[in-house]
Design a protein around this ligand. Structure first.
Ligand code: PMP
Ligand code: GLN
Length: 381
């Protein structure tokens, strides 16, 4: 492994999912639903396969039906206007969108400011792009970003702000005031913004506001989302980028040499999914809200300190009430101790002290599974 990727051996999700499988544990570590998304969308994929739609390479930027569905969706929910011809790029999940954006926009040595704890691929992709990551630490219990701290981190080498709201793993959702403050700094210092909004439809308190909609942001923001989270088809790996044509063209230059294209028939199905009525999105969010409440209450009753998330399908907890403080050791032992797997948040921080005792659980599982997991976790105490 080269120096840039040193330390990025195996993702924590793969490690903890393997441990869960080996021990037959309930896997509340890696975030993937245990119930597939709408059947009609699955049927749309089958129809596309049978009709031969997308069985050969789809167009580089994505099929026109999906690009138009993406722009119509952003218009419907946020009033944003993008051109389906030049301002949308379909990617192999949000993961490729993040990689291609950083590879396209970061020069070796450029500083990239990201909020830690970070989703694991951010640090790896900044490294692959030759960038220098500069963390802004979100601290428990509220995980709010301190904008004075952000201002102080900006240097002449700063190229880009990498945002994620709703935020994995903390569940924090940036408020309109915070977004305005961040946007003002980006404009003042002429920074690019790459914003990962894959949990856009999983906001339980307040609502989702895309930073691209703010004054001065359209021409400097690459927005990323994915069908995996919104439609519960994480295995299909259909994601997308929206942004000003010049930025999307740049991202596409990198993307074409990563995967070129992907997911032909699934692109047709997700084009239909994005046109589902508002009730689908509301019901999905409300069903996740019930699970959040169920797991939060259960974790509290099992003795965890719970940081209630405003969005995403994750809950970050603190294990100090158990008299333990090494989250990684705790997560390695948890499956043997009680048959539940989780993910240590500590590995998503550069500052090892900041997240030392934090453990993340996902609630994108059936309610009976969550209830059983809580039963098991209650035996810990
Ligand atoms: N960004 C965040 C914040 C995520 O949580 C995830 C997946 N859980 C991704 C990106 C990757 O999305 P995809 O599966 O579409 O590649
Ligand atoms: N994004 C998912 C999570 O945060 C996992 C995706 C992955 O395994 N790379 O759990």
């Amino acid at each position: 492994l080269n120096r840039r990727l040193a330390g990025f051996g195996t993702t924590i999700f793969a490690e903890m999912s393997a441990l869960a499988a080996r021990t037959g544990s309930i896997n509340l570590g890696q975030g993937f639903p245990d119930t597939d998304g709408p059947e009609e969308i699955r049927e749309a994929a089958v129809r596309a396969l049978r009709a031969g739609h997308g069985n050969q390479y789809p167009p580089g930027p994505g099929i026109p039906e999906l690009r138009t569905a993406v722009t119509d969706h952003q218009k419907r929910f946020y009033g944003l206007d993008w051109s389906p011809e030049t301002e949308v790029l379909v990617t192999a999940g949000a993961t490729e969108a993040i990689a291609a954006s950083l590879l396209a926009l970061v020069e070796p040595g450029d500083e990239v400011i990201a909020f830690e704890p970070y989703y694991d691929s951010y640090a790896a992709c900044i490294a692959m792009a030759g960038g220098v990551r500069v963390p802004l630490t979100l601290r428990a219990p509220s995980f709010r970003p301190d904008l004075d701290e952000l201002r102080a981190l900006i240097t002449p080498r700063t190229r880009l702000l990498l945002l994620n709201s709703p935020h994995n793993p903390t569940g924090a959702v940036l408020t309109p005031e915070e977004l305005n403050g961040i946007a003002a700094l980006a404009v003042e210092h002429d920074l690019l913004v790459v914003t990962d909004e894959v949990y856009e439809h999983l906001v339980f308190e307040g609502s989702h506001h895309p930073i691209a909609a703010l004054p001065g942001m359209r021409e400097r923001t690459v927005s990323i989302s994915s069908a995996g989270k919104t439609f519960s088809y994480t295995g299909w790996k259909i994601g997308w980028v929206t942004g000003d044509a010049a930025l999307v063209t740049a991202v596409r230059s990198a993307k074409q040499y990563l995967t070129f294209v992907s997911g032909g028939p699934f692109q047709y199905a997700i084009a239909e999914a994005l046109r589902l009525p508002d009730t689908f999105f509301t019901e999905f969010r409300e069903s996740m809200r019930r699970r959040r409440d169920l797991l939060a209450e259960g974790l509290r009753s099992a003795g965890f300190r719970v940081h209630e998330p405003e969005g995403t399908y994750f809950i970050t907890t603190d294990i100090s009430p158990f008299g333990e403080e090494d989250a990684y050791a705790f997560c390695r032992a948890l499956p043997e101790r009680c048959g539940v797997a989780a993910v240590p948040v500590s590995v998503f921080y550069d500052d090892p002290e900041a997240g030392r005792s934090q453990v993340r659980f996902t609630f994108c599982k059936r309610e009976d599974v969550l209830e059983e997991a809580v039963e098991r976790l209650r035996r810990l105490g």
